[in-house]
Design a binder for this molecule. Sequence first.
Ligand SMILES: Nc1nc2c(ncn2[C@@H]2O[C@H](COP(=O)(O)OP(=O)(O)O)[C@@H](O)[C@H]2O)c(=O)[nH]1
Ligand SMILES: [Mg+2]
Length: 276
Amino acid sequence: MPEPSLLLLIPAYNEEARIEPVLRGYAEYFRDRYQGKYQIVVIMNGCRDNTMAVVERMSQEFHSISYRNFPAPIGKGGALIEGLKLAPLADVIGYVDADGATPPSAVLQLLQHLKSGDCVIGSRWLPGAILHKSQTRLRRITSRTFHTIVEALFWMGIKDTQCPCKVIRRDVVEKIHPTLRLADLSFDVNLLVSIKRAGYQIEEVPIEWTDMIGSKVTSSLFRSSFTMFLSVVRLRLVYSPFYKWLKPLRPLEALIYKKLRAPQPLEVRNGDRPKS
Ligand SMILES: Nc1nc2c(ncn2[C@@H]2O[C@H](COP(=O)(O)OP(=O)(O)O)[C@@H](O)[C@H]2O)c(=O)[nH]1
Ligand SMILES: [Mg+2]
């Protein structure tokens, strides 16, 4: 059977210093090792540095690389929600970070696991994961606390919701896309909850990972973590019977996200609300 065609999304915000070797590494690896069709699409929004010029140059060097730019501050989640609209372009859609924390071989490994499945995600917390350089202690504590909260709210039994290396079958993406709302870094939780609630399986696979310097999350850890906490509570409420009573709180919510300088969750359009 031929290899599935792959659309690999890379969200990028102010990545001029990190993205070039990563794009080169992915493009060369897939050119040399992947039998199927593939394309890499960088999704930027309002970068204040020279990322756009770097990505433009790489797209000229490698025909497999292209990009989209959204001037508004839509966040990493917002960028991925936009990117996932390109799902009809391929059989499988994946995404990885722009900093090269996961090597291209990890994506190929996930693709091999996806053969008969719906969604396969990398995990840094399963036995067999290779952590070349792990995150700082404070980051690890925050990450494990977030994990505990997510598990208490959604009972998904997933060890690492936040690992930015995931591959999903196209029809799964198309089915759940209207229920994607969270634009900040908790987007992954929204994605996984939607996939599970639609009745699909998620397989977690131990992955190779290197923590990279220059993280935007670590540099605003408190603010990012608080936003993520608010967002997952909000996501839980969307699935609760109380959700309709909370509408009057919208302006307050908008104010809080603004104060946190975080991207607003997308509005639920009529008829899009997931069944509780
Ligand atoms: N498009 C877009 N990408 C973002 C935004 N914030 C973070 N990213 C990307 O999300 C990925 C993860 O960010 P990073 O700072 O490496 O976080 P960490 O690895 O979790 O510490 C990187 O590819 C960033 O460029 C954003 O607001 N918009
Ligand atoms: Mg990173």
